[in-house]
Design a protein around this ligand. Structure first.
Ligand code: GLN
Length: 468
């Protein structure tokens, strides 16, 4: 018999021989086969089965023994294809594994497949994937969110125990929010970026989607830590024990966000009620003035497109990416033909925007200015966390959009990231917890952010809230 509510419970069942790794893998393979969400781009069925068999024979057990994990299709796994949801990388096979994947495997995890995502992580609805959108598990007329849409939908629909996603501006928290699962974006550098296909390197961070906070903490312990292959990875080792403590915290919220004109009244109301509940529980919850709301989306989209235009230059059809060359083309035309055919519309838009903001004559007006805003924001956020433990905030202005609704207006889609990108601009950890009730009967979460490198308190408090 196989059931899953947490890694801890699964391990207990294994110990008492109520289940096996093979039973777990078979269960998920069956679930994936009958699901119609388009959450996986590829399932490693035979390989996962073989590994489960091997793990069942093994005496020694790692901390993630038999844990069935899906990985977003922008995380490299040696000898497996990886496409970042893009046509340009179709049929590309990884020559090495991401550090995070290596560490999962060392601890006995089973990688069950690669999950659908927006192309190069660019998007909020998973509709920018060359492999089609991911459907919302509770309402197939809606999107699962993006860019880690396949990972969030899989965890929500019970297609794997947990998943790795990546969060450059909200891509773990946003789909977690729409699908009703936990989504953790750690501090920038907490998890090595080695083997994560780059979108915007100073923002990118591997994150975790899971059913509960303890699982996320347990996985983070495994994948975090210094790495010789990523000089931006934090040097500190990360460890954390979550117990059932009941602590009182100092929590802040930005009234500008809760009353933001873009926010759905149902979400505003749900969040206001939750804040009242936190006060009733004895936490100190207070409003904090945040004067940068209007600056964060422009700053984020200038800096990330600039970094993307540089990062994506490697896909030239020669070093990386499929070539679509035509005979007798010169080199510039060769690049142009391959890149035009291989990249989707949104990726092209961002490469062009990024090249523009970096071009001489505009560099200071856009890129330098956005860097200054980022600095200002970081200083301000650091000051805020001198007096507070957490910020509570909405994840998104609205519930999961209907399929096709976002494509018509890219600017509106960018504005939808208004509440998540601040954590990436500032490099701080943030988590989405599926704890709000929305009147449309769709799952809904809120965000909790903590000071840089303070995942320990963030996860402890999140666990405390999830237990209630
Ligand atoms: N929606 C944001 C963007 O398109 C976030 C993406 C992400 O976090 N990868 O840039």
């Amino acid at each position: 018999m196989f059931r899953f509510s947490s890694i801890e419970e699964f391990h207990l069942d294994l110990e008492q021989e109520k289940t096996s790794c093979v039973a777990a893998v078979d269960h998920y393979l069956k679930a994936i086969e009958s699901s119609r969400l388009n959450a996986f781009i590829e399932v490693f069925a035979e390989e996962a089965r073989n590994r489960a068999r091997q793990l069942d024979q093994q005496k020694q057990r790692g901390s993630l023994h038999g844990v069935v994990i899906g990985i977003k299709d922008n995380i490299c796994y040696k000898d497996h294809q990886v496409t970042a949801g893009s046509e340009i990388l179709k049929d590309f096979t990884s020559l090495f594994s991401a550090t995070a994947v290596e560490r999962l495997l060392e601890q006995g995890a089973i990688i069950i497949g690669r999950q659908n995502c927006d192309e190069f992580g660019m998007g909020s609805t998973n509709e920018n994937s060359a492999y089609g959108p991911v459907l919302h598990p509770a309402d197939p007329t809606r999107v699962a969110g993006g860019s880690s849409g396949g990972s969030a939908a899989s965890v929500a629909a019970g297609l794997c125990m947990a998943a790795l996603g990546s969060d450059t501006g909200g891509s773990v928290r946003l789909p977690a929010n729409y699908c009703g699962v936990v989504g953790l974006k750690p501090t920038y550098g907490r998890v090595s970026r080695y083997g994560l296909i780059a979108y915007a390197s100073s923002f990118d961070q591997i994150g975790i989607l899971s059913k509960n906070v303890k699982d996320a903490a347990q996985i983070l312990e495994v994948i975090a830590g210094p790495d010789d292959f990523d000089s931006t990875a934090l040097q500190e080792k990360f460890s954390l024990k979550i117990d059932n403590e009941e602590k009182k915290y100092r929590i802040g919220y930005f009234p500008e966000w809760i009353h933001h004109p873009s926010i759905d009244p149902g979400i505003r109301r749900a969040l206001e009620l939750y804040i009242e509940e936190l006060k009733n529980q004895g936490h100190q919850v207070s409003p904090v003035h945040f004067p940068y709301t209007d600056l964060i989306i422009p700053a984020y989209y200038i800096l990330t497109t600039a970094e993307a235009s540089s990062n994506l230059s490697r896909y030239d059809g020669i070093r990386f990416g499929k070539s679509k060359a035509v005979p007798d083309q010169d080199l510039a035309d060769f690049y142009s033909t391959s890149r035009s055919a291989g990249f989707g519309k949104e990726v092209k838009r961002r490469i062009m925007t990024g090249s523009f903001v970096l071009s001489s004559g505009y560099f200071d007006a856009y890129f330098t200015k956005a860097q200054k805003i980022r600095r200002l924001l970081k200083v301000n956020i650091t000051l805020i966390f001198n007096d507070l433990d957490f910020i509570i905030a909405p994840n998104a202005p609205a519930v999961a959009p209907k399929l096709g609704a976002a494509a018509a207006d890219p600017l509106a889609m960018y504005m939808g990231d208004i509440f998540t990108v601040f954590a990436n601009l500032a490099g701080i950890p943030a988590i989405s917890l599926p704890l709000l009730q929305h009147n449309a009967n769709l799952s809904l979460g809120f965000q909790l952010a903590a000071g840089e490198q303070n995942e320990v308190s963030l996860l402890r408090f999140s666990h405390q809230l999830m237990q209630q």
